[in-house]
Design a protein. Structure first.
Length: 52
C-alpha cells in the first residue's frame, strides 16, 4: 500500500466525512479507504472508472 496526503481540506468537509464514518461505525481512515476504493472501481457515475 501507499500513503496519500491531502492538504487544504476545508474543516467542514473533514467534519462531514468524520461524521459519516462514525455513523457507519468505521474509523475515519477505514471510511476514506472504502470511499476511495469504491470510486476507483466504479467511477463517480457508477459506470467505468474515469479516464484522464
Amino acid at each position: 500500500m501507499v500513503t496519500l496526503e491531502i492538504r487544504d481540506v476545508p474543516r467542514e468537509v473533514r467534519d462531514a466525512l468524520a461524521a459519516q464514518a462514525e455513523a457507519q461505525g468505521q474509523s475515519f481512515q477505514a471510511y476514506l479507504l472504502e470511499l476511495l476504493e469504491t470510486r476507483a472501481r466504479h467511477g463517480t457515475d457508477g459506470g467505468s472508472p474515469p479516464t484522464r
